[in-house]
Every structure is written in structure tokens, then in C-alpha cells.
Design a protein around this ligand. Structure first.
Ligand code: SAH
Ligand code: DHB
Ligand code: MG
Length: 249
């Protein structure tokens, strides 16, 4: 005869093991398949040349965080830039210039990128990487605070951009979006990185200011009349995240 307490023990153990499998083993398996497919796409469609590889290495050697977009996200931005026929691109958050180089390569001879970076050290490293990629004639790095430099551009009646990539600090993402709209025309494509943060945007009580910032941005995106927008989830070599795409009507 099995005692009730023993049966209770077995059933608790079973619950524990099933939860463990669901939360850990299945996740590990999914991470592996996403990583392997990411590698597959990268090797077919987004191989890095020396300039891109050295950009990633420069972050490592200069102790700068490895928070560049992935190779196939770079290729995605390149496809988007071509799709909108971009001649004039604005980027917020240069880091080492990895995303800048991917987008810069979508531009024709008359194309230009203005990329904004707060950290002077990042800007120096990025300039070196952009020079090495042969893009110094097309890329202008502006060092300063994103909000201030955007407001200045608006005051100075900067002509609208064709593509705007928002990838700087996360708390003011909604403000960046409002300012980006003022630097847009009908047809401008606005892309924002890191708007899902491993699903943390779903939490009912968000503590992390970075997550709160992108959540405010996502709500604003939904409420803004005059843009057609969606969010694409991204998986693979970087953590589970998302990119928002908004085209100005
Ligand atoms: N777009 C890059 C990654 C950018 S990481 C790529 O994918 O290759 C975010 C960058 O934003 C960092 O370099 C950080 O220094 C910069 N940043 C942080 N706060 C900023 C601000 N207020 N204004 C402009 N840049 C800022
Ligand atoms: C962070 C910033 C990014 O732009 C990114 O792609 C990943 C992480 C960060 O600040 O943690
Ligand atoms: Mg990012």
C-alpha cells in the first residue's frame, strides 16, 4: 500500500520536473535552434567582411559593451534602406559604428548618414571603424545628447530623413520618436531597436527604466495617428528582443 504522503511526494516531484523541463530544457533547445538558424542566415546572406569583423573586435579591445545589432539585423536595415531608397539616414546611438556600416553600404554615392553618439570614446572608435570601411565621406558622427541634437536639427529646419534608426538610451525612446516624426516626411521609415527586451515589456509592474522606456514608446507607437507601424520579434544570437517599424503616412 502506498501512503498518501508518498503519493503526494511523487506528484509534487512530477510537477517540479515538468516545470523544470518547460522552463529550462525547452528554452535551451529553442535558444539552440534560433542560434543555429541565425548562423545559417548569417553565413548565407550576411557574412561579415574584415571591416565589420574588426568593428566587433574594436569593441572587445576597447572594453565597449557588445550591444551592436547582429549581422542579419544589419542586413535587415540594409534591405530597409534600399526599400525606401534612402539617401539621408539618421541614427541615434552609434556605439562602434557596426549598424552605421551596414546602413552606409545601402547608400548610393549621394547618400549620407548622420549618427549621434553621447560617448566621445565610442565616437572615436566608431570613426576609426567607419574610415576603415571606406565610409567616412558618407557618415557624419555628431557627439552629444540625442535629445539636444535632435531639437537643434529641428530648430535649424533640417530637411527630412528617409530612414531614422533609434538605438540610443532606452528611457527617452518616446521622446526620440516624437522628435523623429518632426524630422520626417510622408514615407519616412522609423525603426527602433530593443522594444521587447526578452518579453519584459509584458510585465504588469515594470521596474527597469529601460524596459519602461520602450514600453512607453510601444504605447505611443500604437496611439500615434499618421503612422503605420508594427513590431517584429527578433531571436538568435542576441537575446530575444524586437524592432519596431513605423512608416509615416
Ligand atoms: N547602433 C549601434 C548600437 C548602439 S548602443 C549598433 O547596433 O552598432 C547605444 C549607444 O547609444 C551607446 O554607444 C551609447 O553610448 C549611446 N547613447 C547613450 N545615451 C545616449 C544619448 N543620450 N544620446 C546619444 N547617444 C547615447
Ligand atoms: C542595450 C542597448 C542596445 O541598443 C542593445 O541592442 C542591447 C542592449 C543596453 O543598453 O543594455
Ligand atoms: Mg540596440
Amino acid at each position: 500500500m502506498l501512503s498518501p504522503s508518498f503519493l503526494y511526494f511523487v506528484s509534487s516531484l512530477q510537477d517540479y520536473l515538468m516545470n523544470y523541463i518547460r522552463e529550462n530544457i525547452i528554452t535551451i533547445d529553442m535558444d539552440t535552434i534560433f542560434q543555429r538558424v541565425d548562423d545559417y542566415i548569417n553565413s548565407l546572406l550576411a557574412p561579415e567582411d574584415d571591416a565589420l569583423k574588426q568593428t566587433i573586435q574594436s569593441l572587445e579591445s576597447q572594453n565597449i559593451p557588445q550591444i551592436s545589432i547582429s549581422a542579419n539585423q544589419g542586413k535587415f536595415l540594409q534591405v530597409m534602406a534600399k526599400l525606401v531608397g534612402a539617401k539621408k539616414i539618421l541614427e541615434l546611438g552609434t556605439l562602434g559604428g557596426y549598424s552605421t556600416i551596414w546602413m552606409g553600404r545601402a547608400l548610393g554615392d549621394d547618400g549620407k548618414i548622420i549618427t549621434i553618439e553621447l560617448d566621445a570614446k565610442h565616437a572615436v572608435v566608431a570613426q576609426n571603424n567607419i574610415d576603415r570601411a571606406g565610409l567616412s565621406g558618407k557618415v557624419e558622427i555628431r557627439v552629444g545628447k540625442g535629445l539636444e541634437l535632435l531639437r537643434k536639427m529641428i530648430e535649424e529646419n533640417e530637411a527630412p530623413f528617409d530612414l531614422i534608426f533609434i538605438d540610443a538610451d532606452k528611457p527617452p525612446y518616446a521622446e526620440y520618436f516624437n522628435l523623429a516624426l518632426q524630422l520626417s516626411r510622408s514615407g519616412t521609415l522609423i525603426i527602433a531597436d530593443n522594444v521587447i527586451r526578452e518579453g519584459k515589456v509584458l510585465d504588469s509592474n515594470i521596474q527597469d527604466e529601460m524596459v519602461a522606456g520602450v514600453h512607453r514608446f510601444n504605447k505611443l507607437l500604437a496611439q500615434t495617428a499618421g503612422v503605420t507601424a508594427t513590431i517584429i520579434q527578433t531571436v538568435g544570437s542576441k537575446e530575444h528582443d524586437g524592432m519596431a517599424l513605423a512608416v509615416v503616412d
